[in-house]
Design a protein around this ligand. Structure first.
Ligand code: GDG
Length: 725
């Protein structure tokens, strides 16, 4: 029975060292709740760090045993690993970079090495548990390398990855010396999830720029696997927050607060201490509110809960000082004997007190500079049982993509933020209710349980799709069968595509002249008895003739426009026209003018626009544009537009390698047929072949009509050499 394994840096339980020894506290984080129903089931397990340094093996064993009953398995980190992997690379390199605070990022080789080592450590811990068909769901930025490490060891496993923080623009990503390794690490997964479409777009763009892998419809072709990328905005356990807000305990706390505050109105903010949260900016905006609208003095208090975090890191310590100082200044400036502008708490509170704060706050300020999602915004919404209250939300929190009924602000625009607070305080109740009701419906429906289900279902679906679309690898065993069929056959036909199959791609298509090795190989193949070797290519006949004409091979050129059996003259497949070129060439020229690096190739009966050398992303965009432009211009004509590998080709409809291959087979029937090709145009060949033919797709994209696939031109040559043996 396949299992589901959850892997995250921290376990959903906190182990603390107290005077009474080690204590275990279940964590109430959103993720722990959301995945609770998954990891606690059957043999499933959650693997992660228990969150403290453990001195000896006896303690390790104790922890391991204690949490095993709750379906958890620990990964222990040394003090050096905590420093270099956790505080170092994770929190001082990735965290600032991914949140657009590059100026705070450090680039320490030693931290990187620790990051690699700890990801390997996690990999070993997962492998100790995982079977070949298990589903493994890796969480967050501390484990970006883990999917690929797992993939190498468990090629068949279903691996999901979810990033809880933003994925930044490639302009930030590219600053990291280890960007390619990080991206490749993530691509080990079958499904990669982000909170928003924006993060997903940034990721796809990074992958295209840094690794040169294109994506279509959120699918990246990576090696022999296609990786799905999608947005899964994480939700909360709505009922839990609604119930907490409705509890007698919360009501009791609220009554006490109300008594102390009398009729002062409350604006609330809750964050972990972090420079990404915009805490200081928020304080300045509150100061501005009191300056611009003196009538609020004595009337409104900001309750600011800051949860201690990472205070060993220098930036966090100085941020703490800044907040202390600002709060002190504002309070001392405006305070009266019976009113405090800011009620500042630097600690964490139990859930019921949090619920009481949510209840009492007429306005919630969630104004981070950057935030992957921000669950506090959703928790506030779930806690507003009377449907009143106003959420002020930063446009740079992932939550803003969903909660469009909040007052959305730019957190650096202090004036806008001050006005938003004023507007919120004077917003009519009816409007508050309309907005809050809409947000509640959304937060309730897209909750953390539906998030979990959606991700895991999508992962299962992605895996299933991979299986149904993928061709089988041409294994040693399959090669043996192929060779046996080849040796016993009376007549043998080899249909060989040229570019990408016999020769690797070059930036300049004119540079792909056959090398000595290939010429000798083809010569030897044509010397074989009862064997026809056909070069079936999209290239023009002149080039093929120049490069290979001296060999006794057959040619199918321009995707089947021209045919030439060895030793004979070129023949047209059928009568064709090319007067359309005059009209369409200027269109292609327009795209060349607009797309540096692209160019036109003119053949006898077709026109090709090449964009391999253009900027990867721009090339893809222009190709889409040109395709729709051309489909409009070629509607109701005899022409068709074909997409190849970084090319678009316009040619007569009905001319394709498949029709040419079929004709060839009719004329020269063979018992053994081997067809090798690497792109979409070769799929026509594969489709035209009888089922027993050996069709082999070359290259990293394994989705094909071919029966088998093989890695690349070197493997193709090796296979062909085996025919000579
Ligand atoms: C990452 C991303 C993304 C806070 N103070 C207290 C307390 N909390 C709880 C809140 C909330 C959680 O902590 C913080 O929510 P975040 O959304 O900031 O989550 P993180 O895990 O820190 O951050 C973030 C998230 O992952 C999920 O993908 O939204 O963008 O950075 O649940 O209520 N809880 C209690 N006392 C407190 O004093 N009990």
């Amino acid at each position: 029975m396949p299992r589901t394994l959850i892997v995250s840096n921290r376990l959903p339980t906190k182990v603390l060292r107290t005077d009474e020894g080690l204590t275990f506290q279940p964590s109430e984080g959103g993720l722990a709740t959301g995945l609770g129903s998954i990891y606690k089931q059957g043999d499933n397990v959650w693997i992660g760090w228990p969150g403290l340094f453990v001195e000896d093996e006896a303690e390790e064993d104790y922890i391991r045993q204690k949490i095993r009953a709750d379906n958890m398995a620990p990964v222990f980190l040394t003090e050096a690993e905590i420093r270099d992997f956790y505080e170092g690379f994770s929190n001082s390199t990735l965290w600032p970079t991914f949140h657009y605070f590059s100026e705070f990022a450090t680039y320490e080789q030693a931290h990187w090495e620790a990051y690699v080592a700890v990801n390997e450590k996690f990999c070993a811990a997962v492998l100790a548990q995982a079977g070949p068909d298990d589903t493994i769901w890796v969480q967050d930025y501390q484990l970006l390398l883990l999917p690929a490490l797992l993939r190498a060891a468990r090629p068949e496993a279903s691996i999901g990855f979810f990033l809880h923080i933003p994925f930044p623009s490639h302009e930030l990503m590219r600053v990291l010396p280890w960007r390619n390794e990080l991206l490749r690490g993530m691509l080990g997964a079958d499904l990669i999830g982000f909170h928003t479409f924006g993060y997903m777009r940034h990721f796809l763009s990074s992958v295209a720029h840094a690794l040169g892998l294109p994506a279509q419809n959120g699918r990246i072709e990576n090696g022999n696997r296609s990786v799905r990328v999608d947005a899964f905005p994480m939700g909360i356990d709505y009922e839990r927050y609604a119930a907490a807000a409705a509890s007698d305990e919360a009501k009791g706390h609220e009554a006490r607060y109300r008594e102390a505050l009398r009729d002062t109105r409350v604006i609330l903010s809750i964050d972990r201490l972090d420079y990404t949260k915009g805490i200081a900016q928020r304080l300045r905006a509150f100061d501005l509110l009191l300056q611009r609208y003196p009538e609020w003095r004595g009337q409104v208090s900001l309750i600011m809960l800051v949860v201690p975090s990472r205070d060993q890191v220098p930036q966090y310590a100085s941020l703490k000082e800044e907040i202390d100082e600002l709060t002190g200044r504002i309070n001392s400036q405006y305070r009266t004997i019976d009113w405090n502008p800011i009620l500042y708490f630097y600690r964490s509170l139990p859930l019921e007190e949090l619920a009481a704060l949510f209840r009492i706050a007429e306005v919630a300020l969630v104004t981070p500079m950057r935030d992957g999602m921000n669950l506090v915004a959703k928790e506030y919404v779930a806690s507003r049982l009377d449907q009143q209250g106003v959420l002020i939300l930063s446009e740079r929190a992932g939550a803003a993509r969903e909660l469009s009924d909040a007052i959305i602000i730019n957190p650096t625009d202090m004036g806008q933020l001050a006005e938003a607070m004023h507007d919120a305080l004077v917003m009519p109740k009816e409007e508050q209710i309309v907005r809050m009701a809409a947000m509640q419906a959304l937060v309730k429906r897209y909750n953390v349980f539906s998030w979990t289900k959606l991700f895991l279902n999508q992962l299962a679906y992605t895996k299933m799709k991979q299986h149904t679309l993928a061709t089988e690898m041409l294994t040693e065993e399959a090669t043996k069968q192929l060779l046996a069929a080849y040796h016993t056959a009376e007549e043998r036909l080899l249909l060989l595509d040229y570019d990408g199959t016999l020769m690797a791609f070059q930036a300049d298509p004119k540079r792909v002249e056959p090398d000595q090795e290939l010429r000798l190989l083809l010569r030897a193949l044509t010397d074989l008895p009862r064997t026809r070797v056909v070069i079936i290519s999209g290239r023009d006949r002149h080039t093929l003739e120049k490069w290979l004409g001296h060999l006794p091979v057959d040619f199918i050129a321009e995707h089947g426009v021209w045919l030439r059996p060895a030793g004979e003259e070129w023949q047209l497949f059928q009568q064709l026209r090319n007067d359309w070129m005059r009209e369409l060439r200027p269109v292609l020229e327009l795209y060349v003018a607009r797309t540096a690096g692209s160019f036109i190739e003119e053949k006898d009966y077709s026109l090709v626009w090449h964009y391999r050398r253009a900027d990867a992303e721009l090339g893809e965009v222009r190709a889409r544009e040109l395709l729709s432009h051309l489909s409009f211009m070629t509607a109701n004509t005899e022409l068709q537009v074909m997409e190849g590998n970084k090319v678009l080709e316009i040619k007569a409809a009905g001319i394709n390698k498949g029709n040419a291959a079929a004709r060839w087979l009719a004329k020269y029937p063979a018992e053994f047929v081997l067809a090798l090709g690497d792109d979409r145009t070769d799929e026509d060949t594969f489709r035209a072949l009888p089922p027993e033919a050996y069709s082999v797709r070359v290259g990293t994209d394994a989705r094909s009509l071919a029966r088998f696939h093989i890695a690349g031109p070197p493997e193709v040559r090796q296979l062909l050499r085996q025919l000579l043996a």
